[in-house]
Write a protein that binds this ligand. Structure first.
Ligand code: GLU
Length: 313
């Protein structure tokens, strides 16, 4: 794997007319980290004459809020990031949408059913504290197949407050990242994959894999904080017989302290920057500069389409 300093992919390696996606979780307001991701998503889509799908990743009903979705759509609109599918109006109408994860769980359920038929699904009652206790005793986090409570061998009955895991092999999964180059990582880095949690919610990995396939995504563009998710998702996709997209993991916007931004970082929230009188061009320029895509300067929306073309300004 390269050192992560590259910021522009080799255009020859990108899918032609790439179908990519912007997939925020409405657990907070949009911040500069999202804007940096959007620059890649819309910029590379323009370069390949592709399409951007907007997907609301609200599988975690305890952390997601409709008001954050509303704010997110409004901020995207303000920044000029318009998805090809669905329209912002369709999402705003509030009607059930195949682009909002909480609207219909039937595809996730069907995927788990297929894995169950293959004998790969088992009930698991390990809570976070069981994983934490194991880590405390062994001086390292749980890794490898299974779970600390050996739930697969215990053959627990499926029940509402019990999670579901999919048995994953011990192998490594190879990824040829469009920015980072070839690398490989364990598919079961922290045990067998949880596909339904103890609250009955379908989990991130399951939803993303099922949705990327149903939305025809052939280029996944996301931040390097999600690198470790990729071997798991590729593995799960293979178990389900789904097509394999290309992956690009881009650099993250950092706080001055070097740590990753989060939604609670008000100073970099798009809402706060708007309220402080910053223009959309200022916000786009700040996000592009913070990940090394451009010199610091305001940047209008049209310039996003030229960001990766070799003639950025
Ligand atoms: N929903 C995830 C997030 O907001 C992104 C998912 C992905 O790109 O795979 O961090």
């Amino acid at each position: 794997m390269s050192d992560g300093s590259a910021v522009r992919p080799d255009p020859g390696r990108l899918p032609h007319r790439a179908v990519t996606r912007f997939a925020p979780a409405p657990t907070g307001y949009l911040h500069l980290g999202h804007v940096a991701n959007a620059l890649y998503v819309w910029g590379l889509s323009a370069l390949t004459e592709g399409q951007v799908i907007l997907r609301i990743e609200d599988h975690d009903r305890q952390r997601c809020r409709p008001r954050f979705e509303t704010a997110l759509l409004e901020d995207l609109d303000w920044l000029g990031f318009t998805p090809d599918v669905p329209s912002l109006a369709a999402l705003r109408s509030g009607h059930p949408s195949p682009y909002r994860q909480s609207d219909d769980g039937s595809l996730y359920e069907a995927a788990v059913e297929r894995l169950r038929d293959a004998g790969l699904v088992y009930a698991c009652d390990c809570s976070r504290s069981i994983f934490a206790a194991w880590a405390q005793t062994h001086g390292r986090p749980w890794s490898g197949p299974g779970c600390p409570g050996r739930c697969r061998e215990r053959r627990l009955a499926e029940a509402p407050a019990v999670g579901l895991r999919v048995a994953i092999g011990e192998d490594e999964e190879a990824v040829d990242d469009l920015l980072l180059g070839p690398w490989s990582g364990p598919a079961a880095a922290d045990g067998d994959l949880l596909v339904r949690d103890r609250h009955g919610q379908w989990t991130y990995h399951l939803c993303v894999v099922v949705d990327d396939a149903r939305h025809g995504i052939d280029l996944v563009i996301r931040g390097q904080d999600l690198l470790e998710a990729t071997p798991r998702q590729l593995w799960l996709g293979r178990l389900l017989g789904l097509p394999r997209p290309a992956y690009l993991h881009h650099p993250l916007v950092r706080k001055p302290t070097g740590t990753k931004l989060s939604k609670s970082d008000g100073a970099t929230g798009v809402r706060d920057l708007r309220a402080a009188g910053r223009s959309a061009a200022w916000v786009l320029g700040a996000a592009a500069a913070s990940i090394g895509l451009r010199e610091p300067a305001p940047m209008d929306r049209e310039a996003v389409s030229r960001l990766f073309s070799g003639h950025p300004d």
